[in-house]
Design a protein around this ligand. Structure first.
Ligand SMILES: C[S@@+](CC[C@H](N)C(=O)[O-])C[C@H]1O[C@@H](n2cnc3c(N)ncnc32)[C@H](O)[C@@H]1O
Length: 216
């Protein structure tokens, strides 16, 4: 069963996702399908996406987060928390760690970036953080300024901090110590950052960076 079929087989609720997301999720979520994962989705609305995730990940425990009261969508396997995704104290009050976190909430720059900074550290090793609807980075009414796209591009630079540091050491002997500082606070434990239309998949895995294998 692919994700679109899971959506059609969902037990309850309405849902709304862009068509290409289903394809991307089938690619990046395959490895989690049969595992007893914990999944958080920010943005519950009609409840159907939580029900779809439960179909797709039969052994999962699901946590839904919304600023509006969506507690009517709670089941044995679906827990609902009501609060603002841009409030670190609220996010901190949600217990546990997660294997998958999907941000499909309010899509403002502030909401996306605060949620990521608060929740990426709560992702288990091997987990995946997804931000949906990144096209709002190009729509000023969602906050503008330092957009989430810019933030994610800086994150790409920051996972290559080992290269910046080694370049500094060999060529500048520390003189430009402050030239390339990591701009984003989350530069640890990111194995890969993958973009698709309007969405980004950030995989957490503490792999040694900048390590070569030489075979002769
Ligand atoms: C796009 S809808 C979610 C759709 C749902 N995930 C689906 O696939 O059908 C966005 C939801 O985010 C919620 N939301 C907006 N701002 C929020 C915030 N600051 N914190 C948490 N949820 C928020 C809205 O109430 C709305 O229900």
């Amino acid at each position: 069963m692919n994700l679109l079929e899971a959506a059609k087989n969902r037990k309850s609720g309405t849902l709304s996702k862009w068509e290409n997301y289903f394809r991307e999720y089938d690619t990046y979520f395959a490895e989690y399908r049969e595992r007893p994962i914990r999944l958080m989705e920010i943005g519950v609305q009609g409840g159907g996406s939580l029900s779809m995730w439960k179909e797709y990940f039969p052994k999962a425990k699901i946590v839904g987060v919304d600023i509006d009261d969506c507690s009517r969508f709670a089941t044995d396997d679906i827990e609902i928390f009501t609060g603002d995704q841009a409030n670190p104290a609220f996010l901190g009050s949600i217990p546990g760690t997660f294997d998958i976190i999907i941000d499909d909430g309010g899509h403002t720059m502030k909401q996306q970036q605060i949620s990521f900074k608060c929740l990426f550290p709560r992702l288990n090793e091997g987990g995946m953080y997804v931000i949906e609807d990144l096209h709002t980075s190009y729509w000023p009414e969602f906050g503008g300024g330092y957009t989430t796209m810019s933030f994610l591009k800086d994150l790409i630079d920051d996972i290559h901090d080992w290269a910046r540091k080694s370049h500094r050491a060999s060529f500048f002997r520390g003189r430009l110590r402050h030239f390339h500082q990591a701009k984003t606070p989350v530069d640890n434990g990111i194995r890969s950052i993958t973009f698709a239309d309007s969405m980004c998949f950030i995989k957490k895995e503490h792999v040694e960076k900048g390590k070569q294998i030489k075979l002769s």
